[in-house]
Design a protein around this ligand. Sequence first.
Ligand SMILES: *Cc1c(COP(=O)(O)O)cnc(C)c1O
Length: 452
Amino acid sequence: MEKKLYERPIIRPLNTGLMNKYGNRTEYMPVTHIEGASVKEMLKKYGSPLFVFSERQIRENIRSAKRAFETRYPKVQFAWSYKTNYLNGICSIFHQEGSWAEVVSRMEYDKALHNGVSGDKILFNGPDKTDADLREAIKNNSPIHIDHLDELYRLTEIATELNVKPRVAIRVNMDVGVYPMWDRFGFNYESGQAWDAINKIMATGKLNLIGLHTHIGTYMLSPNAYGVAGYKMADLAIGIQQKFNTTIQYIDMGGGFASKNTLKGSYLKGTDIVPEVAEYAEAICTSLLNAGFRNNDLPTLFLETGRALIDDAGFLLGTVIANKRLSDGRKATILDIGVNILFTSFWYDHKISPAQEFGSHTEDTVLYGPLCMNIDVVRENVTLPPMNAGDNIVIHHVGAYDITQSMQFISLRPAVVIVDKMANPHLLKRSETLEDMQRNELVPEHLKHNKN
Ligand SMILES: *Cc1c(COP(=O)(O)O)cnc(C)c1O
């Protein structure tokens, strides 16, 4: 056994939140294992960098979110937001836990079918549904969430031609006191657009209006905004009941609950200021229960929560390539993780942990990625102990959007694994190969001969 170096014991101050004379609180305790699986062994086996998911954390997140709503409201249904993370293995966990699918494109729609979700449990959102997409959704009895009048007219035409009554909801946007307002999707509440769409649907009688949908924004820090949205949605549903004697089956409150990541420029850490799912649940359920529905007419509450259920279950493991001093004396560390696979580094100051033991010295460090691009900065300034080339790091809270928005650029994209409850890693996606990347490339005949 290798003899360990003696190191003088130190007392590490534990600060809560605010800066004190020792600097920021220690966010750099070593992380050597994820759910019991060794970081270094996984990197050896699957290559660096590597995305790692915790199955336990995902299941815990969806179960506790369901509990938060189901203890406050009688009829609740979650639908997994595919664009937040549509790796089939990840979606499958949510479907095993009872979530439907929420999709915003034909590609995602087909992925949900491929994952075994029955058509009537796929909520079809988004502004871009072609006639062919609408026909497919009608065939499968999927709830279609209408985004704009042009879609409403096309859908009405197709329904007339097929002589069927598709199940639809309208997407509603509204002023919830958070600006800029998300008014580009759906029909506006305050201006009367939403009522205009409802009146048109009811007047033609060609579509079966079963729901109302909204998605007020993303990384919303205010539960109260959802309370306001809940009242406005309920007001529409009750209005429809009174005017047309039609009961709206569901109100879909979308997603957008903040995850525990820290927004850039935020003085306090996300883990300290982001509301719990229960606080969003309280705001939404209270608004619906207080809205004045007759007891039997309470609509089912749909939720399309994405990032809050997956962000903290994802980790990105990587390796230090080199260290250098910048001309102003700052320390710089180059990682093999670039912003092309960590898109959210444009908005978040991710928590970063060394994956091995280290001494007591720390230094403000800028973390660069490996791309030959000036924008390739993972953290502009983070307090870290010195690390050597070949040392490993763990980036936290990368489960939402980093995989779906990752960009094939300069190098090949890494593998993704999930660690099960027995601490065993399983591949969710192999690392990309040059062959994968070039699969759809063609070289015209006259370009095939080069002079070398
Ligand atoms: C993106 C999206 C979601 C999920 O949003 P999160 O911020 O990840 O919770 C839900 N519904 C719709 C319509 C969306 O576009």
